[in-house]
Design a protein. Structure first.
Lengths: 111, 110
């Protein structure tokens, strides 16, 4: 039981490049989330998926897209990376009692 | 603008002391208030949580105090240990979406 897994762990991009961050969970969560974490700002919600086949914007969605491929997988795509998207990205799944379980994070640097 | 305000930004406590972290919110529709603990290089992990119909919840050395009328809640870490050195985040939930405070870095000196 791996919980919530994320790939890659680290990534360096040049401005304008695209990439997809992958997230998978084996905890049978219906809802999944993508956050970014920046110093002094806590975690901010980018997008979430309340159930398979649905996605919705969070607090900071600009520059990102998501896909809920199936119940297990929820990916985050940066179409044209910008230095302002340098951050640590966390995926999470929601348990039965409102609690969220986080993955280990992807550390992204955009040069 | 942050919906949950957290203070202090950092604190240092001696081993065996009490760490206190405070959070305040404005939206009275929030219905779940968790605290997360995060170690460097790791994802946040749920520590303890409370619902607004309860004024206090204790789990081991960790206690949440909740003041609904003041729209404030706090985390108390009793008998702080060096292993408690981490960043702590409060959060508030509405429609299963979490709004996080900015975080408090706690350092416990041996």
């Amino acid at each position: 039981n791996a919980g919530v897994t994320q790939t890659p762990k680290f990534q360096v991009l040049k401005t304008g490049q695209s990439m997809t961050l992958q997230c998978a969970q084996d905890m049978n969560h219906n809802s999944m989330y993508w956050y970014r974490q920046d110093p002094g700002m806590g975690l901010r919600l980018i997008y979430y998926s309340a159930s398979e086949g649905t996605t919705d914007k969070g607090e900071v969605p600009n520059g990102y897209n998501v896909s809920r491929l199936n119940k297990r997988e929820f990916s985050l795509r940066l179409e044209s990376a910008a230095p302002s998207q340098t951050s640590v990205y966390f995926c999470a799944g929601q348990g039965s009692y409102n609690e969220q379980f986080f993955g280990p994070g992807t550390r992204l640097t955009v040069l | 603008q942050q919906q949950v305000k957290q203070s202090p930004q950092s604190l240092i406590v001696q081993k065996g002391g009490i760490s206190i972290i405070n959070c305040a919110y404005e939206n009275t529709a929030f219905d779940y208030f968790p605290w997360y603990q995060q170690f460097p290089g790791k994802g946040p992990a749920l520590l303890i949580a409370i619902r607004p119909d309860v004024s206090e919840k204790k789990e081991g050395r960790f206690t949440i105090s909740f003041n609904k009328s003041a729209k404030q809640f706090s985390l108390h870490i009793m008998d702080s240990q060096p292993g408690d050195s981490a960043t702590y985040f409060c959060a508030a939930s509405l429609d299963y979406k979490l709004s996080f405070g900015a975080g408090t870095t706690v350092t416990v000196r041996a």
